[in-house]
Design a protein around this ligand. Structure first.
Ligand SMILES: Nc1nc2c(ncn2[C@@H]2O[C@@H]3COP(=O)(O)O[C@H]3[C@H]2O)c(=O)[nH]1
Length: 658
């Protein structure tokens, strides 16, 4: 714990400072990685900005913001409305302020994404919000500006709605809420139109209120342009709203202005109307374009096909059939182009979407009934929806089979060669077209279709390609067995199953299996022999190495003798732990594990006792010097040590150096 390394880990700041000094010396920019702990630890009170909780909260915030935008101007311009419900306005103002303050607290605890990871560290979320442009804006929107009226010398009465104008500064939160709603809602175009209408009504409301305020200032009913002096405030408000609608909708059927202020107000209104009208027209046309673009993305475009048929001179019945097919897709909301629609989604997400859409239909297919959810989810992305019209052939007898079909909806007939006689009818949950794909033994048709399949009405099918089917069947042999059994039955019924060929194929398969098994056994034997040979080779290599070592030792000894240095032979010393390699010699393990090595001066004392007690060949060698003379003669002759000599010989135990 007390090591400098630990200290450095626990106190990275000084280290970082040193590194920075060093880097600045060499003009290098240091990148400091963000601290992992701050992003990794989820905090209880921080919220995911993309989560449900946050969505519902900002949806709730729409209410106080709209309240201030709608009611403040009304209360300012229609004093009788303000005076008639003072208690109500106080309560609603308090509630709206409380929600504004709570929203600041929520924003302090709203996480954010950094490098794609949600940061939930409260200190960091707080710092981020406090340093953002939104914070001063939010604070300005909740400042109790109406209390300024209490200051001496400031005109106005506390509670005057104009003093609360800063509450309208919260508009950015409103746009944020609208954006989230637009992304989440299932009807984005409807939402967009509703939003536009709301902006329009709000604009007219503000214009109407300002018109009434100007009329009140100029004197109600003093000329045809100003608001007449109605007794009831609602009537006055409705007149103002109507007048503003005429101006802002550019209807223009308003009384001509008489006074300077009236001219200016009308001109400003018309200019605003031009801007607003252009914006609204543009937005509405975008929404309409979006609507048709969405349709175009879902359904195949009939236009090019129609033009192609016309250009090629194809008309009449065939052109009508094509048109009816397109119409059927739209009316029945069938989406054969769904692969193209989902193509931009990541693979996993696409599979999830496809599974959630098609799994219920897939479960109705008999073949898949016992299959697990996960397996079907893997299968779904391989399936291609196809719609066939009435009287269309899905496949014809004799064609090469490239895909099989699962009936999702509709009825199909297996028809005879005349194209009319129905041999069987296939309905929802059944499948066909597999016989030509799965190579049934004895199938005389091979990979050709065995029957004509005709769509009786409109048929909604799932189509599975040959390769995809092969992959699925490898993983699910029970499905292959079921398909083969059904296919064999059908082929038998049609007289297209050559039982002799089937038996021959089965016998050939059994024979191939048998031979394969024999090969496997032979291969195993070969592997065992190869392993044994390898072990023998290793052992002999080791023996050779030891022998070379021994010879080198003896050579060294001879050189010493020739130089006149007295050599004392010690007892035989072992080197390292012994490794047994076919130990079958007659000598005991002690003798066999030993090597005759010369004693160095220091060894004499250590091994002195052993020198006197040495047994067997070691002692004899010391006594007579026989080992040396024998070594010399063998060395000179170049012959290996005979069995029973000191050292390592064939089949002996060897000592492996460590
Ligand atoms: N239910 C049923 N299906 C058939 C009959 N004859 C052929 N089929 C199916 O029609 C398909 C035509 O193409 P395939 O030969 O590949 O596979 C065939 C079978 O799946 C039949 O008599 N009854």
């Amino acid at each position: 714990m007390g090591t400098p390394w630990n200290w450095a880990l626990q106190n990275p700041e000084p280290l970082y400072r040193d590194a920075q000094n060093w880097a600045s010396m060499y003009q290098i920019t240091l990148y400091r990685a963000p601290r992992a702990s701050s992003t990794a630890i989820p905090q209880r009170w921080t919220r995911d900005p993309a989560g449900d909780w946050h969505y519902w909260w900002i949806s709730l915030m729409v209410l106080p913001i709209l309240y201030n935008w709608v009611v403040l101007i009304l209360r300012c311009c229609f004093p009788e409305v303000q005076e008639a419900h003072v208690g109500l306005w106080r309560g609603l103002d308090g509630l709206s302020d409380a929600l504004y303050l709570l929203d600041i607290a929520v924003r302090l605890h709203t996480g954010f994404l950094e490098d794609g990871i949600l940061v939930q560290d409260i200190s960091r979320t707080r710092r981020r919000y406090l340093c953002s442009w939104a914070f001063p804006w939010d604070v300005a929107a909740v400042l109790p500006t109406e209390l300024l009226c209490l200051l001496p010398g400031v005109p106005g009465v506390p509670g005057v709605p104009a003093a609360r104008a800063n509450r309208c500064l919260r508009a950015p939160r409103l746009f944020e809420a609208f954006n989230q709603c637009e992304t989440r809602t299932g009807w984005p175009n409807t939402f967009r139109v509703a939003k536009l209408m709301m902006y329009l009504v709000l604009g007219i409301h503000w214009h109407g209120c300002l018109y009434f305020a100007l009329s009140a200032r100029l004197g109600p009913g003093t000329d045809p342009w100003v608001c007449p002096a109605f007794a009831r405030p609602l009537r006055r408000y409705l007149h103002s709203f109507y007048f503003s609608t005429l101006v802002l909708a550019m209807v223009g059927d308003t009384p001509a202005p008489q006074r300077k202020e009236e001219f200016l107000f009308t001109i400003a209104g018309f200019l605003l109307a031009v801007l607003g009208f252009a914006t609204i027209t543009g937005s509405i046309s975008a929404v309409i374009a979006n609507l048709s673009a969405a349709d175009a993305a879902f359904y195949p475009d009939a236009g090019p096909v129609r033009r192609y048929l016309r250009a090629r001179g194809v008309g009449g019945r065939l052109a009508r059939r094509v048109a009816r097919w397109h119409q059927h897709l739209r009316v029945q909301r069938k989406l054969p182009a769904e692969r193209a629609v989902l193509q931009h989604l990541p693979r996993g997400l696409r599979a999830e979407v496809a599974a959630s859409v098609h799994l219920p239909a897939l479960r109705r297919v008999g073949l898949f009934r016992g299959w697990g959810h996960e397996v079907l989810r893997q299968l779904v992305p391989r399936l291609r929806p196809q719609v066939f019209g009435p009287g269309e052939f899905v496949c014809r007898r004799g064609d090469v089979g490239r895909e099989m079909y699962f009936v999702r909806e509709g009825r199909l007939a297996v028809v005879a060669e005349d194209g009319v006689t129905q041999l069987a009818v296939l309905g929802e949950g059944l499948y066909f077209g597999e016989i030509s794909l799965i190579n049934i033994k004895g199938n005389t048709a091979g990979n050709r279709r065995t029957a004509n399949i005709l769509s009786i009405g409109y048929s909604d099918l799932f189509c599975l390609g040959k390769e995809d089917l092969a992959e699925v069947l490898v993983e699910f042999p029970h499905a292959r067995a079921a398909m083969e059994a059904k296919g064999r039955e059908l082929l038998l019924g049609m007289g297209r199953l050559d039982t002799g060929a089937e038996a021959a194929a089965a016998a050939a398969e059994a024979e191939a299996e048998r031979r394969l098994w024999g090969l496997e056994v032979a291969l195993e034997g070969l592997q065992t022999r190869a392993a044994r040979l390898l072990a023998q080779l290793e052992a002999s290599a080791l023996r050779m190495a030891l022998r070379v070592q021994r010879l080198e030792g003896q050579l060294h000894l001879r050189q010493q003798q020739e130089e006149g240095t007295p050599t004392v032979w010690g007892p035989l010393r072992t080197q390292g732990p012994p490794r047994t390699q076919g130990s079958t010699g007659a000598q005991g393990p002690t003798a066999r594990h030993r090597q005759l090595l010369p004693l160095r001066n220091g060894d004499r004392d250590r091994d002195g006792e052993g020198a006197g007690k040495g047994t067997g060949r070691g002692r004899g060698a010391v006594g007579s010097g026989l080992g040396t003379s024998r070594y010399r003669s063998r060395k000179q002759l170049g012959t290996p040590s005979p069995p029973g000599r000191p050292g390592v010989t064939r089949g002996d135990t060897v000592t492996v150096p460590q």
